[in-house]
Design a protein around this ligand. Sequence first.
Ligand code: SF4
Ligand code: SF4
Length: 388
Amino acid sequence: MPKLTPHNAAAATQHDERPIHILWINCGLSCDGESVSLTAATQPSIEEIALGAFPGLPKIALHWPLIDFECGPEQGVDNFVEWFHKADRGELEPFVLVIEGSIPNETINGQGYFTGFGRHPGTDQPITVNQWLDVLAPKATIVLAVGTCATYGGIHAMAGNPTGAMGVPDYLGWDWKSKAGVPIVCVPGCPAHPDNLSETILYLLYQAAGQAPMIPLDDQLRPRWLFGATVHEGCNRAGYYEQGEFAETYDSPKCLVKLGCGGQVVKCNVPKRGWINGVGGCPNVGGICIGCTMPGFPDMFMPFMESMPITWRTGSPMAVTESETYGSVIRSLREFALKQFDTEPQWRKKGPELITGYTPDWGDDRVRPTRLRAWRRGSRARRSGGSA
Ligand code: SF4
Ligand code: SF4
């Protein structure tokens, strides 16, 4: 297949009005967290995507174990896996392949298998996620890995695991590109954020329809606009961090770094975005960031509940106590400045005179502009730290 361009992709999806199929395989090693998470998406919701609520979006056929918009009662739930066989036979074009869960190393599975999604028509044996990837990835227009398990291996791939689990880029290759020239797209998170998932799916559908340019990805294959900033940069406790005020218990509104928060070195937009419909967002609501979107998760962030040396978090030689000292200076300067700004102007009072500085054209001598000028001089001096 030629590379996607606005011209040929639009031609493929609009002229013959074929739907774009989304084939969602959730049989990697996982807890189905991304599927559950997606049901909570609101910006956009998966129902809006599947039912065509967006202008210019071609018809979508979603083959997703949680809600199958294509099969249902008419075709019978037993037909579900047939769509994947159709794609394997080359009868489904175009399609986006979504992988949820990490990819085990099936070459060391002994006489069993680690995963299974449907059965081989001939042998009746389970079809592993590895086998589906082998046959479907080369035929897919786009491959999307959802959740930290599918993107980087996640919890199943931590040190000491018995399955040799890995992420989709580890399995297919980090430089792998689809037949349309699109790299693997990774939306990490444990689970992935609902709207990060739905927004990326929507983007990719528009791209497949030729109405969006190549998705911008960072060097870990994450959408750049979603994963470009750290948790710390979006945290509503960052002001406390700057002032060296750290929570010692979970009922405190202060910065959670001493309780184990790793937000300073974690790329994730959850504190800014909230979790469901803008509400929540790990450290914003009292939960330490455990780095669940990161390729090194979980090993690099364990033990989660213990404070790591601040040098490890920041890469700077500053220790917590030094940070607290520096923060206390910032805090006292800020308290002084706050007092200056936390006052009303002097002219808001009862009295026989108008002292706002108003100068009527007709020369009302009740006005005392000199008093206003004096107040402004004092205000400027207070802002610059001098005396009035
Ligand atoms: S709670 Fe975490 S993310 Fe928030 S300011 Fe503290 S260290 Fe940064
Ligand atoms: S803030 Fe941290 S723990 Fe929460 S979703 Fe983001 S990476 Fe995961």
